[in-house]
Ligand binder design. Structure first.
Ligand SMILES: O=C(O)CCC(=O)C(=O)O
Ligand SMILES: [Mn+2]
Length: 152
């Protein structure tokens, strides 16, 4: 990613799977879509049914160990539209997910276990930020899928 004018490695591995021609602009990077894998299509269909949504893209994050993380942010890219619905499916190591209001106050911590589905909707991106901090405890790999709908 580009930070203060420098290209630096992000502290995790990332891939973008989406319907054709849906690229994703994020931290001044453009992720070109990779065609869906059968297992991702299956998961997308199940999550779409469960959430009554039309997710057409998924950002896959791989946290290789406890040192990988994602900093405070909101999923508020313009291509997601207003009040986006985001469904986050976790596999592998249990990690803490944090949420805090943009006006301050305490953050809350959710322990996301393997197989859990976290759904963020309404104004959660407008008013809140979320993060997955590094862990002080050693952790094995965690894979997180955030299903999104890119508005055309
Ligand atoms: O790994 C997670 O649980 C969060 C990932 C996330 O916030 C993102 O990809 O935008
Ligand atoms: Mn996010």
């Amino acid at each position: 990613m580009l930070m203060f004018g420098r290209v630096i490695d992000i502290p995790r591995l990332q891939a973008w799977y989406a319907d054709a021609e849906l690229s994703y602009r994020y931290s001044k990077m453009t992720l070109a879509p990779t065609p869906w894998l059968p297992v991702l299509t299956e998961l997308r269909n199940r999550v779409n049914t469960f959430c009554q949504a039309q997710f057409n893209a998924v950002l896959v994050n791989c946290y290789r160990d406890h040192k990988d993380s994602v900093g405070w942010h909101s999923d508020d890219e313009v291509e997601l539209g207003k009040n986006p619905l985001i469904a986050s499916l976790s596999f592998g190591a249990t990690r803490d997910f944090q949420l805090k209001h943009k006006n301050g106050g305490e953050s809350i911590k959710l322990s996301l276990q393997s197989g859990s589905l976290l759904v963020m909707g309404d104004k959660s991106q407008e008013y809140y930020q979320h993060a997955l901090p590094k862990s002080r405890i050693e952790k094995s790999m965690r894979i997180n899928l955030t299903f999104r709908e890119i508005k055309k």
